[in-house]
Write a protein that binds this ligand. Structure first.
Ligand SMILES: CSCCC(=O)C(=O)COP(=O)(O)O
Ligand SMILES: [Mg+2]
Length: 221
């Protein structure tokens, strides 16, 4: 049984929806969230990892990372907690490109299994799929991976780790992403890969090299 592993930003969902929707939601909440959850070991570890001599400095570093879309794990941990609360409270909805929900359903009907590998924390990936504009898509997804439970997205070892976890030979794993360096890493681990170049996304003019590229999930059987 083969798996399709999905990137989120730029692949299933628009970069604008992540940045304007999620990032704008998290930005003013990071400082208050850290203050209110200092006893949470995950928050305390993330704050230590960010650094900063004062709370203000820590928040300034986090904001600078968000401005540069730096996919730093401690930022993703804190964002993930904030977004999960936002989804649970009904304040956030997840954007998916129109071709994605029917493709996911069709792949499941044809026996493909679905997983996610995103820089966004698993704590926010699940609610992202559960609160989509097209209803609850989390029922279609069996496994979720991020930079904590798999590793950096541009390193082959992360894809080897996912293959081990899924107990699947790499040749039965297909990774879809808008970032060529992520496809390179997955391919180096023996995975099949397809680049996703969507109109209007940052990947529109990205150099995908020899990788097969689609503009829509409709092109993938
Ligand atoms: C609900 S996941 C949040 C999206 C996010 O924070 C992110 O960094 C997505 O990056 P990706 O690896 O999916 O391109
Ligand atoms: Mg992406």
């Amino acid at each position: 049984m083969s798996w399709i592993v999905l990137d989120i930003e730029g692949t299933t969902s628009s970069t604008e929806s992540v940045h304007k929707g999620l990032y704008s939601y998290a930005r003013p909440r990071l400082g208050p969230w850290i203050d209110a959850h200092r006893d949470d070991p995950e928050v305390a570890a993330a704050v230590r990892e960010v650094g900063g001599a004062t709370s203000e400095e820590t928040v300034a570093i986090l904001h600078a990372w968000m401005d540069g879309d730096v996919k730093a794990t401690p930022l993703k941990t804190l964002q993930g907690q904030i977004w999960a609360a936002g989804f649970a409270g009904g304040e956030l909805t997840a954007h998916f490109f129109a071709d994605v929900p029917p493709a996911l359903r069709g792949w499941r009907e044809r026996g493909r299994r679905l997983a996610v590998f995103s820089s966004g924390a698993v704590s926010s990936q699940r609610p992202w799929f559960a609160h989509s504009v097209a209803g609850d898509l989390s029922v279609l997804v069996e496994r979720y991976f991020d930079t904590v439970n798999a590793g950096p997205k541009r390193e082959p070892a992360s894809y080897e780790r996912i293959a081990e976890t899924l107990d699947a030979p790499p040749g039965e794993l297909l990774f879809l992403s808008d970032v060529p360096a992520e496809l390179d890493a997955a391919a180096a681990a023996g995975w099949r890969v397809i680049g996703v170049r969507r109109p209007g996304e940052p990947s529109e003019h990205a150099p995908f090299g020899a990788h097969f590229v689609v503009a829509s999930f409709e092109e993938i059987a």
